[in-house]
Design a protein around this ligand. Structure first.
Ligand code: ADP
Ligand code: ZN
Length: 739
C-alpha cells in the first residue's frame, strides 16, 4: 500500500494516483488532506483510498500532509462514491459539497501573543519608582502586569493599560517583559442551561412505534422507519427517546430539520432532555465555529448533531441514528447546483452503509416515501391521536366566489373569517393568518396590453412593496421605483393597475378593519436579520400580538398553545400550476398550516378560503384524510407515469446568450437521444416556467425511466462540446418539472 488515490478540490472527474513517501507513510489514510504536485504546481486534495498498485508511469510523490486528522469518516467516502454515480456528478464535487469551506481552507490553529514578566516583581517595582513620572505609559503597563500576577494576552493588556504596542515593545527591549506565542484559547461550544425535562409516559401508539425503532437500534440493524403522525401527535417525543436510546448504546445521532431558524423550540426541548452539548449546524455559523464543530465531531466530543440538509454529512464515527423530520419538505433537495442530492434519500443510503436506524417523520409524507412504506421498504408507523386529548380542530371551507358576489368585487377576507377573528380578539385568543405571497400587491399590470411589469433580469413579474415604495423582483432582488408614467411594454399612459394581495396588504387591511388589533408579520421581508425568526416567535408566544400573518414560514412544526384560529386566505393559489407535484404540495401545506390550530387546552378552528371549493384536494385537506389523498393521487401518478412509478431526470441548460444556450442544448439533445436506450423516454426541449433567471436564459428537457444508475452513467459519459458560458445541470429526481 504505497499508492494513494487523491481527489483534488477542484478539477478533474477522477482521482489521481500518487506515491506515498516513507516519512509520510504513517500519516496517510483516507480522509487526510494533502498537497500534491499537478503540472508543476501544488494543489490541495483529499486522500480517497490506498492502493497497492497503479497503472500510472512516472508516478509523483505526495508533497505534504495538511491535516493531522482525517476530515471524513470512511462511510462518507462510500456515500460520496454512491452520490457521484447516482447523481451523475464528478466525485470531487460530491466530496466538496460534503466538506464545509472552512475545512477545505485547512485553517491552521491560531496563535496569540502572551506577555509575561522577564524579571522579578521587586525589580519591576524599583523600575517603577525611578521612572513613573517620566514613562507614564510604560508604568501603567507594568502596573497592570503586577496586578495580574501572571501572564496576560497582549490584546487584553493593550486594552486595559490603554497604551499602544510600542510601549510594550520598549519594555521588552529593556528586558523587563517577554512575549510568548500560545495557542488561541478556544471558547467552548455553547451549552445553554435548560431545566431538565423527564421523558413523557408514551401513549400506546407511541410505545409501539418506539419499541420497533428501539429494536433496530439495539440490533444495530439498518432499517428505515416512516412515522406518519398527524401534527402534534408526539413524533418529536419519539425522536428524543430514540436519540437517548442511541446514546445509551454509545451511538451518535443526526437530526435533520427543514430550516434551522425555525427549529429553536426543538433544540430547546432536545437540550433540556439530554442535558448535553448538541452541535447545531446552520448557515450563519462562522468559518471558525464550523471548523471547531467539525473537529469536535471527529474527536467524538459531540454525538448529537442538529441541522439542515448538509448536516447529513457530519463526520460522526459511531453513527447509529439518522432522523429526517418533516421528510416531505422540499428544502431537503439541493436544486441550485450539482450534485442535486436529496438529503432524505442520502440519509437512507448513509443508514444502509453504516447499519444505522433511519427515521422519517411527517404528517403528510411524500407519495414516494409512503409508497415505499406500503411496499415494505420502510416500516410504517401511524400516530393518529394527539396526546393529552387535544381535540382536532374544526374545519370550515368558505366559498370565495359567493363572498366576492356579496362584496361586489374581489375581497380578501370572508365574512365568516372576519367574524371569527373578531370573536378571538374579544376573548384574547390568538389567530394565525396564512397567505403564501409576500409584498403588498403581487404584480402591476397594464390594462391595455395586459402585460405585467417584468424584471429585466428574470422572467417573473415584480411585486409591489408598500413599505419601501418599490417594485421588487423576488428572484434576483432587482427593484424599480413605483412612479411609472406609462406601461413599459406598450407605452400607454395611466393604464397600470396593481393586482394580487400579499402579506403586507393583509396586515394593513386588518389594521383598517380592527384598529386596535396587534399584528406580527413573518415572511422573508421581516426576517432578513439574524435572530428575527426567533424574535417574532417569542413575541407571539408571549402574547405580544393577537394575530400572526405569514407565508410558508409559519406552516412548519411550530407549537403555539394559545392559537385557536387559523385562517388560510388563498388555499387554491398553487393548485393550477402544471407540475406533477402541485396537488401534493397544496395538500401538505394546507394540512400543515391547519395543524397550527388547537395545540393547547382550548379547541381550535380552521377556516379555509377557496375559489375551488369542489376541488378534490381542497375537500381532502378539509377532511384531513391523508390515506384517501394518497390513493387518489397515486392513481393519477400511475396514469401519467410519474414518480413513484418511474423516475425523472431534468436537464437544464442555461447561459446569458440565448443563441449559445439553444445551440448547445440542441447538440447535447441530439447526442443524448442517440445514446439513450429504449427504456427511457425523452421530452422535447422546452423553456421552464421561468425562462430567464438572473440574466441566464434557460432550456430544459426531461427523461423518464426506472434505472437511474444506468441513466447517470450514460449522462456522465456523453461527450458534447459546451462553451464556457453555458451551464448544464443534471437534476436527478427533481422536485418540480415546471420550474
Ligand atoms: P409532533 O412532533 O408530532 O408535532 P410533539 O412531539 O411536538 O408532536 O408533541 C406535541 C405536544 O404533545 C408537545 O407539547 C409534547 O410535549 C406533548 N406530548 C408528546 N407526547 C406526549 C405524551 N406521551 N404524553 C404527554 N404529552 C406528550
Ligand atoms: Zn429579477
Amino acid at each position: 500500500m504505497h499508492i494513494a488515490a487523491v481527489v483534488l478540490d477542484k478539477s478533474i472527474d477522477r482521482p489521481l494516483d500518487y506515491s506515498i513517501p516513507e516519512h509520510l507513510a504513517s500519516k496517510i489514510k483516507p480522509g487526510i488532506r494533502v498537497h500534491v504536485p499537478v503540472r508543476g504546481k501544488l494543489r490541495k486534495g483529499t486522500v480517497l483510498s490506498l492502493l497497492s498498485k497503479t497503472t500510472v508511469k512516472n508516478i509523483l510523490p505526495i508533497e505534504e500532509v495538511l491535516s493531522e486528522m482525517d476530515v471524513l469518516t470512511p462511510d462518507l467516502f462510500s456515500l460520496a462514491d454512491w452520490m457521484s454515480r447516482y447523481y451523475a456528478t464528478p466525485i470531487d464535487r460530491c466530496l466538496s459539497s460534503m466538506l464545509p469551506a472552512s475545512v477545505k481552507k485547512d485553517l491552521k490553529e491560531k496563535t496569540e501573543v502572551e506577555i509575561q514578566l522577564a524579571v522579578s516583581k521587586e525589580k519591576i517595582a524599583s523600575f517603577l519608582q525611578e521612572n513613573r513620572s517620566r514613562l507614564a505609559k510604560q508604568a501603567s503597563v507594568l502596573d497592570e502586569m503586577l496586578k495580574a500576577s501572571g501572564p496576560m494576552l497582549l490584546k487584553e493588556l493593550l486594552n486595559i493599560a490603554k497604551v499602544s504596542e510600542s510601549s510594550i515593545a520598549s519594555l521588552i527591549e529593556k528586558g523587563l517583559l517577554q512575549k510568548k506565542r500560545v495557542k488561541e484559547q478556544t471558547t467552548e461550544l455553547e451549552v445553554d442551561e435548560f431545566i431538565p425535562t423527564p421523558p413523557k409516559v408514551l401513549s400506546l401508539e407511541q410505545e409501539r412505534t418506539f419499541a420497533s425503532i428501539s429494536s433496530s437500534l439495539q440490533e444495530k440493524r439498518f432499517a428505515t422507519h416512516l412515522i406518519h403522525g398527524i401534527t402534534g401527535s408526539g413524533k418529536t417525543e419519539i425522536y428524543l427517546r430514540a436519540i437517548q436510546e442511541a446514546l445509551s448504546l454509545g451511538k451518535a445521532s443526526i437530526l435533520l430539520v427543514p430550516e434551522i431558524s425555525l427549529t429553536t423550540q426543538t433544540i430547546e426541548r432536545l437540550t433540556a432532555r439530554l442535558q448535553r452539548k448538541i452541535a447545531v449546524i446552520h448557515h450563519r455559523l462562522s468559518d471558525r465555529e464550523r471548523l471547531k464543530t467539525w473537529e469536535a465531531m471527529r474527536k467524538q466530543e459531540i454525538d448529537v448533531v442538529v441541522g439542515a440538509r448538509s448536516a447529513l454529512f457530519s463526520p460522526l464515527p459511531h453513527l447509529g441514528l439518522i432522523i429526517v423530520d418533516e421528510e416531505h419538505e422540499q428544502s431537503y433537495k439541493q436544486s441550485e447546483e450539482m450534485p442535486c442530492y436529496h438529503a432524505r434519500d442520502l440519509a437512507v443510503m448513509r443508514g444502509k452503509i453504516t447499519s444505522s436506524t433511519v427515521i422519517l417523520g411527517s404528517a403528510t409524507p411524500t407519495l414516494e416515501s409512503y409508497y415505499n412504506a406500503l411496499q415494505g421498504k420502510y416500516e410504517l408507523h401511524k400516530l393518529t391521536k394527539r396526546p393529552l386529548d387535544f381535540k382536532k380542530p374544526e374545519v370550515t371551507i368558505v366559498n370565495m366566489n359567493l363572498e366576492c358576489n356579496k362584496a361586489k368585487g374581489l375581497t380578501l377576507f370572508s365574512e365568516t373569517l372576519l367574524d371569527r377573528i373578531k370573536k378571538k380578539l374579544a376573548s384574547g385568543e390568538q389567530t394565525i393568518l396564512f397567505l403564501n405571497r409576500r409584498g403588498y400587491y403581487t404584480s402591476r399590470l397594464c390594462t391595455s396590453c395586459l402585460k405585467p411589469i417584468h424584471c429585466k433580469h428574470c422572467d417573473v413579474s415584480m411585486t409591489y412593496h408598500r413599505g419601501e415604495e418599490i417594485l421588487s423582483c423576488h428572484m434576483c432582488g432587482f427593484s424599480l421605483p413605483t412612479a411609472l408614467e406609462k406601461c413599459p411594454s406598450c407605452g400607454e399612459k395611466e393604464t397600470l393597475k396593481y393586482k394580487g394581495p400579499g402579506t403586507e396588504q393583509v396586515e394593513r387591511l386588518l389594521h383598517a378593519i380592527f384598529p386596535f388589533c396587534r399584528t406580527l408579520r413573518m415572511d422573508r421581508d421581516t426576517t432578513k436579520q439574524k435572530g428575527s425568526h426567533d424574535r417574532i416567535f417569542k413575541q407571539f408566544r408571549a402574547g405580544k400580538a393577537d394575530i400572526l400573518i405569514g407565508t410558508q414560514m409559519i406552516a412548519k412544526g411550530l407549537h403555539f398553545p394559545s392559537v385557536t384560529l387559523v385562517g388560510i386566505l388563498n388555499a387554491d393559489s398553487s393548485l393550477n400550476i402544471p407540475d406533477f407535484r402541485s396537488h401534493e404540495t397544496v395538500f401538505q401545506l394546507l394540512t400543515q398550516v391547519a395543524g397550527r390550530s388547537g395545540r393547547g387546552l382550548l379547541p381550535g378552528e380552521v377556516i379555509i378560503q377557496s375559489f375551488l371549493t369542489d376541488h378534490p384536494i381542497i375537500r381532502l385537506a378539509f377532511e384531513d384524510d391523508y390515506e384517501q389523498f394518497f390513493h387518489k393521487e397515486l392513481e393519477e401518478r400511475k396514469l401519467f407515469q410519474y414518480p413513484p412509478f418511474t423516475r425523472l431526470t431534468k436537464i437544464v441548460f442555461s447561459g446569458t446568450e440565448l443563441p449559445k444556450v439553444t445551440r448547445t442544448a440542441d447538440a447535447y439533445y441530439a447526442t443524448l437521444k442517440r445514446a439513450l436506450p429504449k427504456e427511457f423516454s425523452l421530452s422535447p426541449l422546452h423553456p421552464p416556467a421561468h425562462a430567464k433567471i438572473k440574466d441566464r436564459h434557460r432550456l430544459q428537457c426531461l427523461i423518464k425511466g426506472q434505472n437511474t444508475l444506468l441513466l447517470s452513467s450514460i449522462l456522465k459519459s456523453l461527450r458534447v462540446k459546451v462553451p464556457n458560458s453555458v451551464r448544464i445541470q443534471l437534476d436527478i429526481d427533481p422536485t418540480s418539472t415546471f420550474f
